[in-house]
Write a protein that binds this ligand. Structure first.
Ligand SMILES: NC(=O)c1ccc[n+]([C@@H]2O[C@H](COP(=O)([O-])OP(=O)(O)OC[C@H]3O[C@@H](n4cnc5c(N)ncnc54)[C@H](OP(=O)(O)O)[C@@H]3O)[C@@H](O)[C@H]2O)c1
Length: 313
């Protein structure tokens, strides 16, 4: 099934929050939701005056077009206080939200090392190609691995939990879109049956189990041998997105028919994260997320969309 909405259930009263709107796909998601007439709360980890030129331009153009419904607020998803400030501001000035697009993320890798060794980014990111483990291992440092897991998984979960009470009940249901990756496929990249079983078990999965898996991963990073069960390529990014996909399913089950919670992968997109390599423009990648955010009323929940198409986890 494709995530193409037929009836426009949204209006300018529909409020969408987007994280990581400063550049790349997040900025384009903000632009497309605004063009479709929704109220967009664009967030980024830096204050408005420090936003990228493209983000500044977007906000200026929205103001010139009289789109009073594009609003900026700072939100660093890794900072508890920043999340609390955002929630307080939302409660006071907006009151509720209908859509949350959890887009903000980092891909930690020693890109300088890759450049210095003339490693082609497209080849490196191609998950169908295997590189010597030494190449992959050298790219993962404990601190940056922690940062990656903290941002992509715990930061996303923190924002989601903080905003759950603000999801407005409605007949078309509020939506949470967790921006994921092909690397987040639950069964493909973990090289250990038990881990795969734990994370793809919808019945027995708990938040605590996901956390334990992540703790074990960070511990195992210290040992070459222990890393044999974890993904070969960009392991912490991959593990963070696998954990996020597992959380999507868990949260969808928990919320039942109160909300649609889905993972969505934009495709391989030309942004800073991919060093400008990719098959899709940021606008095309964003469209693959926007269609999931705007699924028809009463749409699917607990699903994984790859480039706009309903796919397996
Ligand atoms: N590009 C691809 O091919 C691709 C493929 C699959 C999935 N994805 C996913 O798509 C999403 C967007 O990726 P992208 O390619 O647009 O990446 P990007 O160009 O690197 O942009 C990432 C955005 O996330 C923001 N961010 C990072 N940490 C943050 C934090 N703690 N709080 C708030 N914002 C934070 C960054 O803020 P600053 O601008 O302030 O640094 C930046 O605006 C990510 O979830 C990524 O994993 C991308």
């Amino acid at each position: 099934m494709e995530a193409q909405g037929t009836s426009e259930w949204w209006s300018e009263e529909t409020v969408a929050v987007v994280t990581g709107g400063n550049r790349g796909i997040g900025l384009e998601v903000c632009r497309q939701l605004a063009e479709k007439g929704l109220t967009v709360i664009m967030t980024a980890r830096r204050p408005q005056e420090e936003l990228s030129a493209s983000a500044q331009q977007f906000l200026q153009e929205a103001a010139q077009l009289g789109r009073k419904k594009v609003i900026f607020h700072t939100l660093d998803i890794t900072q508890r206080q920043s999340v609390m400030n955002f929630v307080d501001w939302l409660k006071l000035h907006v009151g509720f939200i209908d859509i949350l697009v959890n887009n903000a993320a980092v891909l930690n890798a020693d890109w300088k090392f890759l450049e210095q060794n003339n490693v082609d980014m497209r080849t490196f990111l191609d998950y169908t190609q295997v590189h010597p483990p030494c190449l992959n291992r050298i790219l993962e440092k404990q601190e940056s691995a922690k940062d990656c897991i903290e941002t992509n998984f715990y930061g996303t979960k923190r924002v989601t939990k903080a905003l759950l009470p603000l999801l407005r009940p409605s007949s078309y249901k509020p939506r949470i879109v967790n921006v994921s990756s092909v690397y987040g496929l639950l069964l493909q990249f973990l090289r250990d049956d038990e881990l795969r079983k734990q994370l793809s078990d919808t019945e027995g999965l708990t938040e605590q189990k996901i956390d334990e898996v992540l703790d074990t991963f960070l511990e195992d990073l210290k040992s070459k041998q222990a890393m044999e069960k974890w993904p070969l390529k960009v392991p912490s990014y991959t593990v963070s997105k696998i954990a996020l996909n597992a959380y999507t399913r868990l949260l969808a089950l928990e919320l039942g028919d109160k909300a649609c919670v889905n993972s969505a992968t934009p495709g391989y997109v030309m942004t800073d994260m991919t060093f400008g390599t990719g098959d899709l423009s940021p606008a095309e990648g964003a469209a693959n997320l926007v269609c999931v955010a705007l699924l028809p009323a009463g749409g699917l929940s607990g699903h994984n969309f790859l480039e706009g198409k309903d796919a397996k986890f």
